[in-house]
Design a protein around this ligand. Structure first.
Ligand code: GLA
Length: 360
């Protein structure tokens, strides 16, 4: 037994714009949050077993070095999946004790799972010298093949590459991450509004959206929707695949326009694009709910530059960009307005772009 301790931190994320574009090799503009997860790892040389506990969970999870998909479920599956993906890639993974603490709310669409994966990976791979892109891929493989969620790389790249007061333009074809300064001041504050809506059927619906996008790309004769022109959806016959493709293609264009507007500090323009993104997710991609639509519309009515659902959909959170007076009004009055309509009371959090994953 050694007394070695490795401590790491990885944030959750919120996406400003660019939803479901990641697995279509398009663009997104997320920020890392100033909320995150810490992992405290005490390696040992016993037999490669990891024993993990979290201050938010009652169960202690024991992960054997031979664990494979299906062996561990619940919150521990994200850790077991990362260990499994590392070993599958031929890496030697130490055993030991892991203690987890987090300020990222679970189930709010703010990537608490990516924060957990990235914090754990950073701590247990300190001796392996893996690049941040490799860590992101390991975490994605854990989600796809161990947990069974066919997600893209948005959450992990945001957590690993985040920078304070900076948004990240991610190109999911090249995997380049371009920092775009995003100071938060009185003209533009960021609010994350947690709906507290359970993500019902979210996993199956997510996979169905992905399948539609792949089918649309095949119908257009391109390897991914990234290779299609913005108006190529026009060539598809009426039906589901056509509107799914229209969301993705127009959303990529909105991300690039929002990035240009952010460089110009044109928050009104970014807001317009966020609202259009919400409409596209509601009407074309069909991943919002009446509850989420009401939160976004209420934030817009209360004076936000823009507001849209963020994350995979069917619940989770809305992100609003608002001048200070509108931000104050949203914080003060939106939760009541939403509960008056018969929905759970929302939680509004003021956030700012935070630092990415790092060792402590
Ligand atoms: C979830 C997934 C991401 C991404 C978003 C939607 O957060 O984990 O990979 O697809 O949904 O943009």
């Amino acid at each position: 037994m050694s007394d070695r301790r490795i401590r790491s931190y990885a944030p959750g994320r919120v996406n400003l714009i660019g939803e479901h574009t990641d697995y279509n090799l398009g663009f997104a503009l997320p920020i890392a949050l100033d909320l995150g997860t810490t992992a405290d790892f005490a390696p040992d040389t016993v037999d490669g077993t990891i024993v993990a506990e979290s201050s938010d969970e009652s169960d202690v999870v024991t992960i054997s070095p031979t664990s494979g998909p299906g062996d561990v479920s619940g919150w521990g599956a994200y850790i077991a999946g990362c260990l499994w993906a590392l070993r599958t890639a031929g890496h030697d993974v130490p055993g030991g004790r892991l203690h987890i603490e987090s300020t990222v709310p679970v189930g709010a669409g703010l990537s608490s799972s990516a924060a957990l994966e990235c914090a754990v990976l950073l701590a247990i791979t300190t001796d392996l010298n893996l690049s941040r892109h490799e860590l992101a891929r390991v975490a994605q493989q854990a989600e796809n093949d161990y947990v069974g969620a066919p997600t893209g790389l948005l959450d992990q790249l945001s957590s690993l590459f985040g920078q304070q007061d900076t948004a990240l333009l991610i190109d999911f074809r090249s995997l380049e991450v371009e920092p775009v300064p995003m100071p938060v001041d009185d003209s533009a504050q960021l609010l994350v509004i947690d709906s507290h809506a359970p993500h019902r059927h979210a996993a199956g619906e997510y996979a169905a959206r992905r399948a539609s996008c792949e089918a649309a790309a095949a119908e257009l004769g391109v390897p991914s929707l990234r290779e299609a022109d913005t108006d190529a959806w026009n060539q598809l016959p009426d039906g589901t695949n056509r509107v799914r493709a229209r969301h993705i293609l127009t959303e990529n264009a909105r991300v690039l326009a929002a990035t240009a507007a952010l460089h110009d500090a044109d928050f009104a323009k970014i807001g317009e694009l966020m609202n259009a993104s919400h409409d596209s997710m509601r009407d074309d991609f069909e991943i919002t709910t009446p509850h989420i639509d009401l939160i976004a519309a209420t934030a817009q009515q209360f004076g936000a530059h823009g507001a849209r659902m963020t994350g995979g959909g069917f619940g989770g959170s809305v992100i609003a960009l608002a001048p200070a007076d509108a931000a104050d009004r949203i914080c003060a009055d939106l939760p009541q307005a939403i509960s008056d309509a018969g929905y759970p009371t929302s939680t509004v959090r003021r956030v700012r772009p935070g630092r990415g994953a790092h060792l402590l």
